[in-house]
Design a protein around this ligand. Sequence first.
Ligand code: SF4
Ligand code: SF4
Length: 100
Amino acid sequence: MSTQPKRTLTVEERLAANEVRPDRCSHLDLVEPGTCGTCEGRECTRVCPAGTYRWSEEAGRVIIGFENCLECGACRLVCPHANISWRYPMGGMGICYRYG
Ligand code: SF4
Ligand code: SF4
């Protein structure tokens, strides 16, 4: 019997196992982009496992890279201002989980 500990996949390896077919237009949007400027925690930029939200000082707003979204729904739950407009991508598009 092997005494070697089982190697578990890293988050990056797990993400690489999925297939993403990005929709043509974003399924995520901001209700009022200006609200993010006064949002203290900017929770969306910290909770997303795919790093979809990024605060840009230059643009003065949150930038959304919807292409890598894992459709977990966490962002819309943590936004304290209900400022995220969220829907699933069009049929057949979006994340395709290969290992559950
Ligand atoms: S948590 Fe909501 S209000 Fe705050 S930066 Fe993100 S989207 Fe904007
Ligand atoms: S649904 Fe999940 S993966 Fe997609 S943007 Fe929101 S937190 Fe990120």
